[in-house]
Design a protein around this ligand. Sequence first.
Ligand code: FES
Length: 279
Amino acid sequence: MGAGETHVEAGPDVDVVAASAISAEETERLVTETTPDLSVFGPDVVAKAAEQMARYPESRSALLPMLHLVQSVEGYVSQAGIQFCAEQLGLSNAEVSAVATFYTMYKRKPCGEHLVSVCTNTLCAVLGGDAIYQRLQQHLGEGGQPLKHEDTSGTPGEPGSITLEHAECLAACDLGPVLQVNYEYYDNQTPESAVELVDALRRGEKPAPTRGAPLTSLRDVELQLAGFFPEDEATYRSHVDGPSAAVETLRGAQLAADRGWTAPTMPEKAPELPEVEKK
Ligand code: FES
């Protein structure tokens, strides 16, 4: 550069940038990453989806069970699962995604063979639910790092892998603190019993829940939530059917019966409600 000449940085050549920014390999990568592979949902899954849609006057009503169906295949609701539901139901990906991200039962990350849900809502929390959750976080964590909400110990989908989550009230406050494995109940837990339970799951055992159906895997349960039960349905139902009210559940009613307490009878004619002021 000679004296007096002004150096001007050469700007990028737009054509060169355009050509190099979207190379053939990059295009291929982008297409692969943004176009989900639906091949995991084979003819059997398509047939089940059709069966689900036939159960409703409006096929779109089958969306919730269909999300459980795709979750039973992949262990979570992937982008491919969302697109599968959208295509089957004639919905947009955005509509399916809005539903899938609203409900906590639809998981957005691959889950373990088992999903352990610890109730940390108020009653269970004060009875020990918080302590159970913290103990399991430490016990299932690695390298001194506690396992976080919805993280998995082990390789997702592999035998013995466990996804841990804290859950809102599991509707078993009378038996708290409770936890669920794949939505089956384990009542009156302690940090020690919870550790024993997850250790048994990691060894491949299936400890019997306190009540309800026998323990299977998260994917099996997802299929049941989708409305498909094991071949031998009679045997399956014989495990499930039965009283689910525990002594604790009925204690109030028992006390009332023992003491002769009854609820006041409803009057023959309910008092008129006051007129609502017209606007
Ligand atoms: S607070 Fe835990 S089951 Fe209700």
